[in-house]
Write a protein that binds this ligand. Structure first.
Ligand SMILES: Cc1cc2nc3c(=O)[nH]c(=O)nc-3n(C[C@H](O)[C@H](O)[C@H](O)COP(=O)(O)OP(=O)(O)OC[C@H]3O[C@@H](n4cnc5c(N)ncnc54)[C@H](O)[C@@H]3O)c2cc1C
Length: 344
């Protein structure tokens, strides 16, 4: 049986943030993930300036694709509004692997199934033993399933269903577009360009509301794909995949003894825009702080309203206009209207 002081199940943003903090403090930590990194993660890959700061990321040094948006284009019915602010896009395929490697923690590919309390620690699948256990395995996290589900059931009215596809595409419009409530979708659809000819498009909405309106997500996708084909991505072909996660509800029990749940495992994404990366990172850092310093593990304030974060970045942008430097052409020759590196 392999032993480690801390085992983290899941190497996404929650897991890698906790791992980095613990490793830097000299704690023995092991990350278990069922996938081999780099791995596909369905996500638009929009990150906020807060995320960049909290991760102590120097975007000039970041070795993969990162695009800075000097505005968001928000659409509601016939209304279209440019919102000047500073936001970024990355590719999760690259970014998650980079974060995990940067953590310095050893990673083993292992699909965790069973977690049981064992003396003053935990036993994982009869193969691993640890004193502290961090559940960072996303929506279907086995730590949540084995230790938390009964005491902390998820609110089905907060379940989001999504369909999305990230493709290599020579985009012409470098703005990030968001369409709210299009064709009655109880949610929004997005067009998020990535640096050097990549693009993520998708839709997400409340599962129960879609069902109770007698609709289904695939019909909404068909409408969205037709809209894109009529303008922004003429001729592009999509083969979308689905994933589901939970927006922030009451999250009563996030720690049981030496076991913690973080990120999507705890259901922390923002209620207004389904932004889950920031809350995942914050909760991962807090779990590490609880282990390192005995700090209380409380997550009340890790999820804010995403529109408040965007408003803050509007103020930053007003105070420090983005300089027109750092523009990069897409590697395939297409113009990159977004800024490669801008103010954070
Ligand atoms: C379509 C879509 C678009 C989104 N867009 C955005 C966005 O643009 N910006 C934003 O902030 N948020 C977005 N989100 C939410 C965001 O992706 C998540 O909130 C965030 O990834 C949560 O991070 P995490 O570390 O908790 O979990 P994850 O990133 O899901 O990582 C969990 C890890 O656990 C591993 N794992 C799972 N099960 C096991 C197991 N049994 N054993 C071992 N390992 C396991 C997985 O392989 C994975 O690597 C989006 C979500 C979806 C579905």
């Amino acid at each position: 049986m392999r032993s480690s002081e801390v085992i983290i199940v899941g190497g996404g943003p929650a897991g890698s943030s906790a791992a980095r903090s613990l490793k830097r403090a000299g704690v023995e930590v092991l990350v278990l993930d069922r996938e081999r990194f780099p791995r596909l993660k369905l996500c638009a890959g929009w990150i906020t300036p807060e995320v960049v700061r909290e991760l102590e990321m120097d975007i000039d040094e970041y070795p993969h694709r990162l695009l800075t948006f000097p505005r968001l284009k928000v659409h509601y019915g016939r209304l279209s509004l440019p919102v000047p602010c500073v936001q970024h896009s990355i590719r999760r395929f690259e970014w998650d692997a980079w974060l995990l490697e940067r953590s310095g923690a050893p990673v083993e590919q292992h699909n965790v199934r069973e977690v049981v309390a064992d003396g003053d620690g935990f036993c994982v699948d009869g193969e691993y033993r640890c004193r502290y256990l961090i559940g960072a395995g996303g929506t279907r996290c086995p730590v949540y399933r084995n230790l938390f589900r009964e005491v902390n059931p998820r609110a089905h009215q907060l379940q989001i269903v999504t369909l999305e596809h990230e493709i290599e595409y020579d985009w012409r419009d470098g703005d990030c577009h968001l369409w709210f409530c299009d064709e009655g979708l109880p949610g929004y659809s997005w067009y998020v360009p990535k640096e050097s000819g990549w693009l993520n498009v998708g839709i997400g909405g409340y599962a129960e509301r879609i069902k109770s309106a007698g609709q289904d997500i695939k019909t909404h996708w068909a409408h969205f794909a037709a809209k894109l084909d009529g303008g922004l991505t003429r001729g592009a072909h999509y083969d979308p995949s689905g994933y589901s996660y939970f927006l922030r509800g009451r999250v009563d029990v996030v720690r049981r003894g030496n076991a913690f749940i973080t990120g999507d495992a705890a259901g922390l994404a923002s209620r207004d825009l389904g932004e889950g990366i920031g809350p995942a990172i914050r909760s991962g850092l807090r779990a590490a702080a609880a282990i390192l310093h005995g700090a209380p593990y409380e997550l009340d304030d890790v999820t804010g309203m995403s529109v408040a974060s965007i408003a803050r970045s509007m103020l930053t942008r007003a105070a420090r206009p983005l300089a027109p430097h750092g523009r990069r052409r897409a590697s395939n020759g297409g113009p990159a209207h977004g800024l490669r590196h801008g103010n954070q």
